[in-house]
Write a protein that binds this ligand. Structure first.
Ligand code: AMP
Length: 442
């Protein structure tokens, strides 16, 4: 049984404790409790954790603490801390976290990403910053132009390393690593730890402490999951029906393509549902506006592609809809992790057409749960047996379909579309953050 200490027993500097108190953070999340003491000691760290676990504070707090104890001499274009992260949204959020946690400390940070003019970023670097949070492409651009010198980086954080590789940033990450000095503290965070990540970890880290919060294949404890079997052509109507039936809270919808996301926004508009889209074809300003409107509740529904959704940390998301099932099962885990953030409850509904059943089977294998079928909706197809894949479903409108394949989780199909809160995963713990375990150590 893990005893959760308070932030003050972790030995964090007083200005940080004050900033945490302002945010009403009473106790560290498991990854914070496990990682912070080692990071304060200057150890390298390999963290297996996804967003939603509190991993940003797990690295930001000890970094700020160590800077406060040994204030660096600030030099133009030569930051002491570099955090590399795959998306602009995530970079912006990490920047905000440094601003919050460091509000009573004198350190300066800046955020660097593409899609916006480089001049303000160049100016900030010239004036001197202690911490840089960056996406790889723009960072390398600026490094090649001589606007930033990474030889003074004493702490390097590689965040969301698996996503970074998925997005094709591996060569860029290696080029950034080649610019770092030998002597430094390094941290690598990744939700999954496939071979190529471990290879990078071996090159990057020296005798790291290993911290794992929830195995990569687990889904968030508090996310109640369902799947609706539906014909592809009925999905737009099912989407409108599902959103109308879901009483409160923000709804995040995942679409496979940018074009599909735009079409859904239009279709929802026709059903009197205000929605916006966020994807890579939108300008940075349009993405930020869409996110801000969503955050503030002005627009209740955000339709996103995987890459754009990567950094979304919006507290009020109560429903995630997988309009298209992802072909990589890990993406499903990332997507549904957008709800039930920081201890809140959340619901995830997947729309599965007959062609996507193979994806559903892979997801269920990965998460080791049979996702309960929701069949009480006007577009329900008969529930297939995923273990005998092949062929389409026969329509059973009115919700009479039952569950076919073996149910490992022991949860029953859900019949009440209106209520939506249900009986999923009875054995899961109700911890504030996900359960954790230490995978290794010194
Ligand atoms: P992250 O995994 O870093 O994206 O954090 C997920 C969410 O948890 C963010 O909204 C954080 O602001 C929040 N959070 C982080 N640490 C704590 C904590 N100790 N107590 C409460 N909320 C936290």
């Amino acid at each position: 049984m893990l005893t959760i200490p308070s932030f003050s027993t972790l030995g964090l500097a007083e200005p940080l404790l004050r900033a945490l108190a302002d945010k009403n953070y009473t106790e560290p999340s498991p990854i914070q409790a496990q990682a912070i003491p080692h990071l304060l000691d200057g150890r390298d760290l390999l963290g297996c954790a996804q967003t939603g676990t509190g991993k940003t504070a797990a690295f930001a707090l000890p970094i700020l603490h160590r800077l406060s104890k040994h204030p660096p001499v600030r030099m133009a274009r030569r930051p002491g801390v570099l955090v590399l992260t795959p998306t602009r949204e995530l970079a912006a959020q990490i920047g905000e976290s440094f601003a919050h946690y460091g509000k009573y400390l004198p350190f300066r940070h800046t955020v660097i990403f593409g899609g916006v003019g480089q001049n303000p970023q160049v100016r900030a670097l010239r004036e001197g910053v202690d911490i840089v949070v960056a996406t790889p492409g723009r960072l390398l651009d600026l490094a090649e132009q001589g606007c930033i010198d990474l030889s003074g980086v004493g702490v390097f954080v590689l965040d969301e390393a698996d996503r970074m590789l998925d997005m094709g940033f591996a060569p860029d990450v290696k080029r950034v690593m080649a610019r770092l000095p030998e002597r430094r503290q390094s941290l690598l965070f990744s939700a999954t730890m496939p071979g190529p990540i471990l290879e990078i970890a071996n090159r990057l880290l020296h005798d790291p402490v290993k911290v794992e919060v929830v195995p990569a294949s687990s889904t968030a404890d508090k996310v109640v999951q369902h799947v609706c079997h539906v014909d592809r052509g009925d999905k737009p109507d099912l989407l409108a029906h599902t959103i109308h039936s879901h009483a409160g809270g923000l709804v995040l919808v995942f679409s496979r393509t940018k074009h599909g996301a735009n079409k859904l926004v239009k279709k929802l508009g026709q059903n009197r549902i205000a929605a916006s889209a966020i994807h890579g074809n939108k300008s940075q300003t349009a993405r930020e506006r869409a996110l801000e409107d969503f955050r503030s509740g002005k627009v209740r529904v955000l339709v996103a592609t995987d890459i754009a959704a990567r950094g979304i940390d919006v507290k009020g998301v109560s429903l995630v809809i997988n309009y298209d099932l992802p072909n990589e099962p890990e993406s499903y885990v990332h997507r549904i992790g957008r709800t039930a953030r920081a201890g809140a409850d959340g619901l995830a509904i997947a729309f599965c057409d007959p062609d996507e059943r193979v994806y559903l089977r892979d997801i269920e294998r990965l998460i080791r749960i049979d996702v309960p079928v929701m069949s009480d909706h006007p577009y329900a197809l008969a529930t297939p047996n995923l273990h005998q894949l092949g062929g389409g479903g026969s329509k059973g409108r009115g919700g009479s379909a039952g569950r076919g394949g073996p149910r490992r989780s022991g949860s029953a199909p859900v019949r009440d579309m209106g209520g939506m809160a249900s009986n999923n995963a009875p054995n899961r713990p109700r911890n504030r953050f996900r359960s954790s375990r230490r995978a290794g150590g010194r």
